[in-house]
Design a protein around this ligand. Sequence first.
Ligand code: NZQ
Ligand code: ZN
Length: 387
Amino acid sequence: MNNFTYSIPTVIHFGKGQISHLAELKRSGDRVLLVYGGGSVKKSGLFDAAVKILTDAGISVTELPGVEPNPRIESVRRGAELCKENKIDMVLAVGGGSAIDCAKVVAAGACYDGDPWDLVLDGSKIKAALPVYSVLTLSATGSEMDEFAVISDLSKNEKWGTGSDLIKPVMSVLDPCYTFTVPAKQTAAGTADMMSHTFENYFTNVKGADLQGSLCEAVLKTCIKYGPIALREPENYDARANLMWAGSLAINGLLSYGSEVGWCVHPMEHELSAFYDITHGEGLAILTPVWMHFVLKKDPSKTAQLAAYGRNVWGLTGEDSEAAEQAVNKTAEFFFETMKMPANLRAVGITEKTHFEEMAAKAAAGCGGSFVPLTKEDIVSIFEMAF
Ligand code: NZQ
Ligand code: ZN
């Protein structure tokens, strides 16, 4: 196991009615920027509930509406300007990962003199940020409890993740009831996203981090159990609650401390989103089984780890090679049959291969230190197989 420093400072208020804690934002000042997406929070009544609690607490609200799924740098720039013009004290996101990611870079951009895109390209340039808060409405990214934010500049086909301890949310409200209205497509995509975060941490080359591995298996089994229930019964509280907490734990550091490894499926997916603006979790679901298959082929020494995944998560038996192959098949079956997700790139509207070389070259920069390091050519093959 590697050395590590545990630092997960976000206060989580989990469960029904926890939104009342928004009154505590008063500690950070009198003026909040409220960041939200395309309107789901208005439809559900959450927006009005949040504004009432804030105004009752004596906090004035400025709005940044319309944050896009795969949030754009233009929204971030708009938000940073609003903060500066209105002398905003803190930023509150109400929504999914896109609203929260946008809020994080807005909070940093508000304290930065240049273009916020600089902060997306280089997280070390984040030297200060307004306090960030969130009310989560979609279980997926873990942004409510981590230091990352992913922002796109679609004019350049670029989507990059940045990170800084300074943009970790101070406090997040996680009320599973707010996810009852999440449509099936996003429920499935969110489940795939948190599973992918877990896989990225689980398939590591660090030896002896057994506890982290077991925690990963527990998160995966939780997703496999509750994802299908949430699809069938969108208002099943326990299903939504387990998925919500799994999403936070998958990426907040708990699973990766001491067993650090470079992520690989995410850099590949971010290229798909950057060029084709697809839903993140759908891209991950398509790539994951293909990547597992490719890993087994490129580096057979990884067979035992894939087999252990098959045994411990899927209850498979048999020789390593058979269990590993079956584990890949089980993963594909779960995403494409049980969770009814699109199974290839054409199914998400990517109908030509024009950009594969360029996308692979960019993704390869992130895949060098991963479980099985991938070259640009490897990644082109993976895109081809996913096509
Ligand atoms: O915009 P609204 O109207 O709110 O609708 C959203 C959006 O259309 C809708 N939605 C959210 N909550 C809902 C709801 N609809 C009904 N009821 C609710 N309760 O769902 C759609 C997708 O929302 P979005 O926030 O885009 O989804 P998600 O949470 O999956 O976030 C995706 C973004 O996060 C990035 C992704 O790349 C992508 O840009 N990621 C962020 C990470 C992080 N910060 O650590 C890590 C991830 O790997 C990921 O890259
Ligand atoms: Zn993700």
